[in-house]
Design a binder for this molecule. Structure first.
Ligand SMILES: [Zn+2]
Length: 357
């Protein structure tokens, strides 16, 4: 069976008011932050025309990916996701009574963000010399700087979080201006400094690389890479996990030790300066994503999801059979044993493919 689903809406405070209404189909008058297309227990997608959710008809193994539409008006927390081994060990360990509940499942979280409209992010580590030059202009960083210089960014995080943040946001923005950073980066930091003026994560953002993704561009964020998505509209594809370990810029619980354990020092994020229509398939990732208007053939043998982003779309078995019609905002879910299909649209579709390792 090909299942047709709608997204499950998440109304996190950082969302854009009614920002996903074109796909959620409902005005809520409140922030619409994420629409989840998948069977993750955090928000399984409802089936169109049936009073059940996707997890009731397909097992977790049959839906190995989670796809989201994201509308961010404000920065999401600085966060890192665990690799498979850390997620498994940590999730088991926290079952002991009295443990912090940091992990929501035992799965790796590796994600790809494709910008539908311009999307600004902090992701990966900033050049160390540049981070040191910025921090040199901010009071109270005397202890943190030598740690960053000698032991690297992960080691410097606790010292940066310990600094009294009052007034540091203004100094940070002035430092970026004095160093000649481009105006979109200075603006992004201005927003963060205004919204999170006393958040201990404020100066941690100096360690992160700022990037503005043009529509069609994408960033691959493997487990272990720190990131904070600042603002924009995008498609996100990830392994089916909600394991988020936060380091700051959030009123939610922050688990510094757990985050330090999940972070990696190597800059592994990858930017794709792609155009719409190109298939984005990061090396080592268990998925590929394409946002396209073209007719697309999808082979059998792996999980596939087709989301109607703009206008309607149709999915039909290659060589005949029933045609499935998708309204804008609806997605067809094809588990591995479903046949090869042909996808066509008068508008734009997002095609997500599982690439089993
Ligand atoms: Zn993330």
């Amino acid at each position: 069976m090909v299942e047709v689903i709608r997204g499950a809406l998440k109304d996190y405070a950082w969302g854009v008011p009614d920002g996903l209404v074109a796909w959620s189909g409902e005005r809520t008058g409140a922030p619409q932050a994420e629409l989840w297309f998948g069977s993750h227990p955090g928000a399984p997608s409802p089936l169109v025309g049936q009073p059940v959710t996707l997890d009731a008809v397909l097992s977790p193994n049959e839906v190995p990916l989670l796809t989201k539409l994201l509308a961010a008006a404000q920065p999401l927390s600085i966060q890192v996701h665990p690799d498979a081994q850390l997620a498994k060990v940590s999730f088991e360990r926290q079952a002991q009574p009295g443990s912090d509940q940091v992990y929501s499942d035992a799965n790796e979280k590796t994600e790809l963000l494709v910008a539908i409209e311009e999307f600004e992010v902090f992701a990966g580590w900033r050049d160390r010399e540049q981070a040191l030059a910025i921090l040199a202009q901010i009071d109270g960083t005397e202890l943190a700087r030598p740690i960053l210089e000698t032991d690297g960014p992960i080691a410097a995080i606790p010292a940066l979080r310990a600094i009294d943040h009052e007034g540091r946001g203004e100094q940070l923005v002035s430092a970026l201006r004095a160093l000649g950073m481009n105006s979109s980066e200075v603006d992004a930091y201005g927003t963060v400094a205004q919204l999170y003026r006393s958040d201990p994560g404020l100066l941690v953002t100096v360690l992160l690389q700022y990037r503005a993704l043009a529509p069609g561009n994408a960033i691959f964020v493997p487990a272990g890479v720190p990131h904070s998505y600042i603002r924009g509209l995008g498609l996100e594809v990830m392994t089916s996990s909600d394991n988020v370990v936060r380091l700051g810029l959030t009123p939610k619980p922050v688990f510094v030790e757990a985050a330090l354990a999940a972070l990696t020092n190597s800059p592994d994020e990858v930017i794709f300066t792609s155009e719409f229509g190109e298939r984005i398939s990061p090396a080592g990732a268990p998925f590929a994503a394409t946002i396209t208007s073209n007719e697309t053939q999808l082979e059998s043998g792996a999980f596939r999801l087709v989301l109607a982003l703009e206008s309607e779309a149709s999915v039909r078995a290659h060589g005949g059979g029933a045609t499935i019609s998708l309204q804008q905002g609806e997605a067809a879910v094809l588990s591995a044993e479903e046949p090869a299909v042909l996808v066509s649209t008068a508008g734009v579709v997002a095609v997500v493919e599982h690439l089993p390792r």
